[in-house]
Write a protein that binds this ligand. Structure first.
Ligand code: HMG
Ligand code: MG
Length: 302
């Protein structure tokens, strides 16, 4: 398999990034962040989640954020929907894509969505069916594919098992997530290979949190396997409320720098992306959690 010449990034910053923030982020700021990401050339943005506001208060403004978007042709807006209740609420916001989210670890499934893996699949099945009937693309997120905060290391067989269940209910694409960022390249490769037993290379993506600083290396090994779709988060925002200590996704800016440096096209304007990351980081009163953004911002000052 040769390295792809073009890569699609899904910026998950507005969702995965902001879901974990303690201070409230107004809907208007989230809407402006999405606007800046689409202006920077992102063609897919994970905007919000239709989950319980008691569980994740930061996403309670889901409908307001979706209603405020100035949608751009060619951009896909995705949202998380864990069950039919979430899907029905999301439908009114006309997402282009929905995401059901399961886990390769039983304990994480319980903590994150309050049910077992088998029960989660039972809940997702009618969501997938309804979404596909409505012409909405269905992605599945698979958490804890290399390690779990409660169970430790996760065997590739469990990833394969989950991918098979997702395929069985009609999920069209799956993301292989290293939720707590403990993966290293060979472990991530094995999780990806386990997924590829059930899904085509064109229907998988990588979703790597960068807790241990391994996410770029994990991205590179997936590129070498021919994977061409990745979730990244502007300014490296994020984490999961049910994965304590895990930091954000790999920064979009760092991945774009890597890809452009390798001559791989993304359609993204790195300078505008850095501006988007600076915008949200200024609001959150911190520096962007991205080495490439920091270097480029320092260079501007110099
Ligand atoms: P539950 O308590 O088992 O649900 O939660 P339930 O069906 O028993 O309902 C209980 C209450 O929740 C009811 O309200 C329902 O109306 C309400 P009450 O009568 O008590 O007032 N409810 C909902 N409200 C709004 N939207 C809904 C919904 N469903 C039920 N969709 C549930 C189950 C899944 C809802 C809950 O566990 C939940 O919301 N979990 C949040 C999980 C989450 O958002 N986690 C973070 C995202 S996943 C992630 O970050 C990982 C990822 O990035 C990949 C990776 O890195 O690994 C994707
Ligand atoms: Mg995540």
């Amino acid at each position: 398999m040769s390295i792809p010449t073009r890569v699609k990034l899904v910026d998950v910053g507005p969702r995965d990034g902001l879901q974990n923030e303690k201070q409230p982020v107004p809907a208007a700021i989230k809407i402006e962040l999405v606007q800046r990401l689409q202006d920077a050339g992102l063609t897919e943005i994970e905007v919000t989640s239709f989950v319980s506001p008691k569980w994740v208060p930061q996403m309670a403004d889901n409908a307001e954020v979706m209603a405020g978007l100035q949608r751009k042709a060619g951009v896909r807006y995705s949202v998380l929907t864990p069950n039919l209740q979430g899907f029905e609420a999301a439908l009114k916001s006309k997402p282009d894509e929905i995401v059901v989210f399961g886990a390769a670890s039983e304990a994480f499934s319980q903590k994150n969505i309050n049910c077992s893996i088998a029960e989660s699949i039972e809940r997702f099945a009618p969501v997938v069916q309804a979404a596909r009937a409505a012409g909405i693309y269905v992605r599945g997120a698979m958490s804890c594919t290399v390690g779990c905060p409660y169970e430790g290391e996760i065997a590739p067989e469990r990833v394969s098992y989950l991918a098979g269940l997702m395929k069985g209910i009609g999920v069209q694409h799956v993301g292989v997530a290293d939720t707590i960022g403990v993966g290293t390249p060979l472990k991530v490769q094995r999780a990806m290979e386990a997924t590829l037993k059930h899904y085509d290379i064109n229907d998988v993506s990588g979703h790597f949190h960068d807790t241990y600083g391994q996410a770029l290396a994990n991205t590179l090994i997936c590129l070498q396997m021919g994977v061409w779709q990745f979730d990244t988060s502007v300014a490296g925002l994020g984490g999961c409320p049910y994965a304590k200590g895990a930091t954000g996704n790999v920064a979009s800016e760092d991945v774009v720098y890597l890809l452009h440096g390798m001559g791989i096209e993304t359609g993204i304007d790195l300078d505008k992306l850095v501006d988007a990351g600076k915008f949200i980081s200024d609001f959150l009163e911190r520096k962007p959690n991205s080495r490439a953004a920091t270097a480029l911002l320092n260079k501007r000052v110099a």
